[in-house]
Write a protein that binds this ligand. Structure first.
Ligand SMILES: NC(=O)c1ccc[n+]([C@@H]2O[C@H](COP(=O)([O-])OP(=O)(O)OC[C@H]3O[C@@H](n4cnc5c(N)ncnc54)[C@H](OP(=O)(O)O)[C@@H]3O)[C@@H](O)[C@H]2O)c1
Length: 518
């Protein structure tokens, strides 16, 4: 049995954003994975597809076709997949369920630059379609390095494989990174759209598959008490923190070319920011949510370089400790260039210039090798207008705040003041909180199930749209330009296992604020 199988009333595939949606299986389809010998496929995609099939959300009329460069037949791919499931399944594997799924795995191998490979793929898809009744629907998943996203899509187009019809769909999932700057993102979007319509492109962000992230919309728009105070009149500022305890974990080569702004802030953090700041959409279906999210990104004021010197902080970790355990410096990690100037930490002040948020700073920060793993959103409300408790020696009452915890704990908490029982007026901070654990056991999942399911039913809500990607790059471009032209003088400037560089504290302290940490 799959561990934590769906409890009555609690599904790992909750309807997105609270939108009522019957839990029907996805459409019959073939799932074609490019890069199927890679880490992502083994660690996430195969376990997620297996979970979906076990939950009945991937129909019997479905199969997976790996397209690989090395010689690999169906049986050899099935052996590799069985080994991967043995390592990365999210729960105990039911042998009958695995036998059913294993038989659905197929492989086509060849040079991905040659038209012949795509002709062979087309032939194989046609055979499987007629055997299984997949109605001509195909989902192509690009789990390859980004350099080959556009060439593969072009070849698929030339082979006629991306052509949708009245009663059949063709969709393509694109993995991040969506470019490494504005120019390359625009070029990638242009290249993809030379073959595909925008509604065929599913730019996937595994962060948006997390329950708490999806629940942000439920929290905001299904609870009437917060929306009236969700604005500049009542909110002082917002903090978004994505802190990682881990270092670059064998991905030094990739990370050294990226850095935290490209790896984390431009995509995941800006998506969280957009969910917090967006206006209520007119509906939770189709494009309405994405339309509102992109408006937030367009409303972020671009900062001139002289202002960025005060509103953008970068850092890189040096050697440090986690308890007694010594941690290496970033520059000593494998495949990181000696003397690297890549930032492993960044903190930014972001100003959303619209009617709701003018004057309310959003402070965002993210880093590697920090003290603890912690992703949280803090909404700090304004101070009470009168300090009535000054005479009781309480000149400075901390304002209320709402904290939305995304990982490792999934919860939300409101912090308030309460009087400690007794004759004197003494206040204490108390919290009202809810943890998603209180829902009872929630099925273990990879985080990709929900997103893959949405691809098979054609729901783009949780995926990046071209204009969102470009708008987010426009915001970080001045930061990257400035940092590119002004080499850091103080790297490494924080020790591994600490809270990050002191300059990040100074960034908020200049505005009379402080970071809220667990
Ligand atoms: N791993 C994750 O958790 C994760 C998370 C988020 C996003 N991503 C993104 O997902 C993609 C795949 O990541 P990964 O970690 O699985 O990488 P990986 O382990 O390096 O695997 C890359 C895969 O792409 C294939 N490939 C490499 N160069 C190719 C080329 N020139 N033409 C065609 N295929 C080629 C490889 O095939 P060979 O075996 O033939 O070399 C392999 O199957 C990347 O875009 C990455 O940014 C990964």
């Amino acid at each position: 049995m799959i561990q934590g199988r769906v409890e009555p009333g609690v599904s790992p595939i909750l309807p997105a954003n609270g939108a009522p949606r019957p839990e029907r299986p996805g459409d019959p389809c073939l799932l074609v994975v490019f890069g199927a010998t890679g880490d992502l496929t083994k660690r996430k995609l195969l376990p997620a597809l297996f979970n979906l099939r076990s939950m009945g959300l991937l129909p019997a009329e479905s199969a997976v076709v790996a397209v690989v460069r090395k010689p690999l037949d169906d049986e050899a791919f099935r052996v590799e997949a069985t080994e991967a499931i043995g390592r990365f399944a999210t729960g105990p594997v039911d042998p009958a369920a695995w036998a059913d799924f294993r038989a659905r795995l197929h492989a086509v191998s060849g040079d991905l630059g040659l038209a012949a490979t795509y002709r062979e793929l087309a032939d194989r898809l046609a055979i499987l379609d007629s055997q299984l009744g997949t109605r001509g629907n195909v989902l192509f998943y690009l789990a390859t390095p980004p350099e080959v996203f556009a060439p593969i899509v072009a070849r698929l187009g030339e082979a006629g494989l991306t052509r949708a019809g009245e009663d059949r769909w063709r969709r393509v999932v694109v993995e991040k990174p969506f470019g490494r700057d504005l120019e390359s993102a625009v070029a990638l979007n242009r290249d993809l759209r030379a073959t595909l319509r925008e509604d065929q492109i599913f730019r996937i962000d595994h962060y948006l598959g997390k329950e708490t992230v999806q629940n942000l919309l439920v929290f905001r728009f299904a609870n009437g008490i917060f929306e009236p105070i969700w604005n500049r009149r009542y909110i002082d500022h917002v903090q978004i923190t994505v802190a990682e305890e881990l270092g670059v974990e064998g991905r030094g080569g990739y990370y050294d070319r990226a850095g935290v702004v490209r790896d984390m802030i431009q995509n995941h953090i800006f998506q969280l920011l957009a969910l917090v700041a967006m206006e209520p959409p007119s509906t939770l279906a189709g494009e309405a949510v994405r339309d509102e999210k992109v408006k937030v990104l367009h409303a972020i004021r671009p900062s001139p370089p002289e202002r960025l010197l005060a509103t953008a902080v970068r850092g890189q970790y040096g050697a440090g400790f986690a308890g007694d355990h010594a941690l290496p410096a970033y520059q000593a990690e494998p495949n990181v260039a000696p003397g690297s100037r890549t930032e492993t930490f960044a903190a930014l002040r972001v100003d959303v210039e619209n009617w709701r948020w003018a004057g309310v700073p959003f402070y965002v920060r993210s880093g590697k090798r920090l003290r603890r793993r912690d992703t949280r959103i803090v909404i700090q409300f304004r101070r009470p207008p009168l300090l009535l408790f000054r005479d009781a020696g309480l000149a400075d009452v901390e304002p209320n705040r709402l904290e939305i915890l995304v990982q490792p704990e999934e919860a939300f908490a409101v912090t308030m003041k309460a009087k400690i029982p007794g004759p004197a007026i003494r206040l204490q901070e108390v919290t009202m909180s809810f943890s998603y654990r209180d829902f009872g056991p929630i099925a273990q999942a990879t985080g990709y199930e929900r997103l893959l399911y949405d691809c098979t039913v054609g729901d783009p809500t949780l995926f990046h749209r071209a204009d969102m990607v470009e708008a987010a790059w426009r915001v970080v471009a001045p930061v990257l330009d400035l940092w590119g032209s002004l080499p850091p003088r103080d790297f490494p400037n924080y020790a591994a296992g600490t809270a990050g560089p002191a300059a990040a504290d100074e960034l908020v302290a200049r505005d009379g604020r402080r970071w809220i940490d667990p």
